[in-house]
Design a protein around this ligand. Structure first.
Ligand SMILES: *Cc1c(COP(=O)(O)O)cnc(C)c1O
Length: 822
């Protein structure tokens, strides 16, 4: 049933009205940005009714709700995807055309709400979309950073970071909800007071506090009238008259509190898989967790007088350890505000909270110094001390006398609070994000915890939403697929299996490859416009887009490109299939080696792209400011997907799945979800290389890897490494890339040389790349491989992932929202 609001004449009128009311302009006079705003408000009008209806259905059905707590939500643009999920995209596109407005140009006016770094934040966004599409009641809980992920500019080959003031024009899809304001307290001290019933009351005094004000964003399900909510919190100063009575009239304190609120949500820390350990970050964590739990409990108590019912009606999922203070905050409220005893409060908390682990890398595991923690969150720290005390008794009961185990597993140890240990001790579920990752957790990193709580551990292999990364990002392929197999894939990706029937069909192969060519043309134009580089759309588009991190090994990729270039120079007539290597990656602002890698990629690009002697057979492009909106186009245009992390280091990866969905073939290691991708597509349709995770872990244990041996014995590798420090790519500045060279070879510089085994995997990578070229030359073989990748992508829908979370962890029931007008 079509929504009458999207009937063309009605919609056109609504847009014109909005332009008039918002800007006192006619459509002709309005800028593209103003039209974008007007169109968005017209769409929001429709959403609001469904949003209200969804909330009323929550109340009517008394359904259990999941609160997905995440420091990051990497949402991407909303307008296009909202229209798609309202099944109004084409109607609106046509209606706008009739009044001379190009929907794609309008979509380009929307800033990416970049409230996340990379995979972890994008996962949260895909999960929200799948929850709504599957009809499960959910709230996302996060922070409304005033400045999101920095905008990346490339100047002279170097990354520059510019502030991302995404709110500067106002964001049409958010709704400020001041009626759901809560107070969040920091610092001060805790006073104990005997209360009548033999309990002790704990009262926080002398604290500073801020007002947490939520902005709600609608999360629209596909074609089902369901609109869930993402609540992101802003911090505002407490009004002077609201000061704790103890501090009334304290001017200094009032100013301090105002500053606290000012700074609290200013920026997202730009580290991916790495902890900065800054005090402000801990404040951010407690701020959004406390406010979210207060709102969740207020909603719960509206309809449920008995707090013991909480685990039946509320699940709290912690996306990594960042929101782990949730367990202590829930305990605090149950003990201090609801007046429960410890055992009752623990029973409820440990049946409500669940934890998702995202990494095993030491530098990413959150630990807070006791000093910071206890000063900032005195009551929360007390509660964690008590959780720790009881946890150590449990360990003693299970492993009597094993002192070493207690040291290793303690929540508080060596002057630090270990957030992962708290999350596992308190949560009823601990999940990894790909099968291999979960096995490594159980058998290596969290072995002690697995032995203590085997029943808590489970795997939930990540997924992605096909509505954004195929339907919206690749309209040509979407339409073709629907033409071939119908449109069931939109809500059930396993239907893609039917495409396998066409994999040997010559006509289908040609159509498929022609669509890929059109998408490559689209990207080539983008590159021409943004980089001023001409690339050949008939060359192989070989793409590595993801955060810049040593473990992801962009360095291996660029070293291999340098090697190819040397070969081409030496054998100008060699049979070489033209290839365009495309990179996109932001580096954390303080991550020196990562930023230097960006410079190296750009320097190599400069030399190679300007060398006329190789006849344009090799091109290297670094796409500036990689983000969700340009990612959608990049995936659509890729032939080859680079997933080349050191085995055991990438927990899952989700970029790998988006490429596969768009018919790119993976070259990758047996790491993260690549293992499961290989299993789904079969070994003929993927290029696997490099050490296994077991081999990597074994070398790490034995510390027996010596890259210098490879350097000494492999002339091609030696040549490439020497070019890093002989000025070949740096206009005779031999020192520019010295740190990269040292990271690979010099044990004096890093604890271990080549920590990520770049040189060790180099030959096997280059052999795999030869197999890629050979396969691409055979047009039919390649078309078949690419199509079979799409055909076997079904497992990697976030719809599948969410259904598993629901079945094994959250136990939610689907609701049905009837369309209604208010
Ligand atoms: C999917 C995605 C990521 C994660 O990519 P990986 O290759 O899994 O690291 C990061 N950033 C953006 C913008 C994405 O869309």
């Amino acid at each position: 049933m079509k929504n009458p609001a999207f009937e063309k004449e009605t919609f056109k009128k609504s847009v014109k009205e909005n332009v008039k009311n918002l800007y006192r302009k006619t459509l002709k006079e309005a800028t593209q940005q103003e039209i974008y705003q007007a169109v968005s408000y017209s769409v929001k009008d429709v959403i609001i009714d469904q949003w209200l209806a969804t909330q009323q259905t929550f109340d009517k059905t008394d359904a259990k709700i999941v609160y997905y707590m995440s420091m990051e939500f990497l949402m991407g643009r909303a307008l296009g995807n909202n229209l798609i999920n309202l099944t109004a995209y084409n109607e609106v596109k046509e209606a706008l055309e009739e009044i001379g407005v190009d929907l794609n140009a309008i979509e380009d006016e929307e800033p990416d709400p970049a409230l996340g770094n990379g995979g972890l934040g994008r996962l949260a966004a895909c999960f929200m979309e799948s929850l709504a599409t599957l009809g499960y009641p959910a709230y996302g809980c996060g922070i409304r950073y005033r400045y999101g992920m920095f905008k990346q500019k490339i100047k002279d080959g170097y990354q520059l970071e510019e502030p991302d003031n995404w709110l500067k024009n106002g964001y049409p899809f958010e709704l400020r909800r001041p009626e759901h304001t809560f107070e969040v307290k920091f610092g001060g001290y805790v006073r104990a007071e005997a209360s009548g019933n033999g309990h002790t009351k704990f009262i926080q005094e002398g604290y500073q506090s801020v007002r947490a004000v939520p902005y709600d964003m609608p999360i629209i399900g596909y074609n089902n009238n369901m609109v869930n909510t993402l609540m992101i919190w802003d911090a505002e100063p407490i009004q002077c008259f609201e000061l704790d009575s103890f501090d009334k009239g304290d001017y200094r304190k009032a100013v301090e509190q105002e500053n606290l609120a000012r700074n609290l949500v200013d920026v997202l820390y730009p580290n991916d898989n790495h902890i900065a350990g800054k005090e402000l970050r801990l404040k951010q964590q407690y701020f959004f967790v406390s406010a979210s739990i207060q709102r969740a409990l207020a909603r719960f108590k509206k309809n449920h007088p008995d707090i013991h019912m909480l685990p039946q009606k509320v699940a709290i999922q912690m996306n990594d350890t960042h929101p782990t203070v949730a367990v202590a905050e829930l305990m605090r409220i149950l003990l201090d505000e609801e007046g429960l005893g410890w055992d009752e409060a623990w029973e409820i908390t440990s049946k409500t909270c669940a934890y998702t682990n995202h990494t095993i890398m030491a530098e990413a595991l959150e630990k807070w110094p006791i000093e910071i923690f206890s000063r900032l969150l005195p009551r929360i720290y007390q509660i964690i001390e008590e959780i720790n005390r009881r946890f150590l008794l449990d360990i003693e009961a299970k492993f009597p006398g094993d002192y070493h185990k207690k040291e290793k597993m303690a929540i508080i140890h060596d002057g630090q609070v270990k957030m992962a240990h708290l999350a596992i001790a308190a949560g009823y579920s601990v999940n990894g994000v790909a099968r291999l990752h979960t096995e490594i957790l159980k058998n290596q990193e969290l072995k002690d915890f697995y032995e203590m709580f085997p029943e808590k551990f489970n795997n939930k292999t990540n997924g992605i939403t096909q509505r954004r990364f195929l339907y919206h990002g690749n309209p040509l392929l979407s339409a073709w697929i629907t033409d071939k197999i119908g449109d069931d894939w939109i809500t059930n990706l396993s239907h893609m299996e039917k495409l396998a029937l066409f994999a040997d069909d010559k006509k289908a192969q040609q159509e498929f490859m022609n669509i890929k060519y059109q998408n490559k043309l689209r990207l080539a134009k983008y590159i021409q416009k943004h980089n001023g580089i001409e690339v050949d759309p008939r060359s192989i588009f070989d793409v590595q887009v993801k955060r810049l991190h040593e473990y992801k090994r962009q360095l291996l990729n660029i070293l291999h490109i340098m090697f190819l270039y040397n070969m081409l120079k030496e054998h100008p007539d060699m049979d070489f299939y033209p290839r365009t290597f495309i990179f996109g990656a932001k580096a954390a602002a303080g991550y020196r080696i990562a930023k230097l890698t960006i410079k190296l990629i750009n320097s190599v690009a400069d030399v190679i792209n300007n060398d006329k002697t190789i006849n344009g057979k090799l091109k290297v492009v670094f796409i500036e400011d990689y983000k969700v909106s340009n990612a959608e186009w990049i995936f659509a245009a890729a032939d080859v997907s680079e997933q080349i992390s050191t085995a055991s280091k990438e927990a899952s990866g989700t970029g790998n799945m988006k490429f596969m969905l768009n018919g790119a073939v993976t070259i990758g290691t047996m790491d993260g979800a690549n293992v499961e991708i290989a299993e789904e597509v079969g070994e003929d349709n993927i290029f696997i290389f490099g050490m296994s995770s077991d081999e990597v872990i074994e070398h790490e244990k034995r510390r027996d890897y010596n890259p210098m041996e490879i350097f000494n014995n492999d002339q091609d590798i030696r040549q490439v490494l020497m070019q890093i420090i002989n000025g070949f790519y740096s206009q005779n500045d031999t020192e520019l890339f010295r740190d990269l060279y040292n990271s690979l070879l010099n044990t004096q510089c890093t604890q271990f040389a080549d920590t990520y085994f770049n040189l060790k995997d180099f030959r096997s990578y280059s052999d795999a790349q030869k197999r890629v070229e050979e396969a691409y030359r055979d047009e039919e073989r390649w078309a078949k491989m690419a199509m079979l990748n799409v055909a076997h992508v079904g497992k990697f829908s976030s719809d599948r992932t969410i259904q598993e979370y629901v079945d094994d962890i959250w136990h939610l029931e689907k609701i049905q929202v009837e369309p209604e007008e208010f």
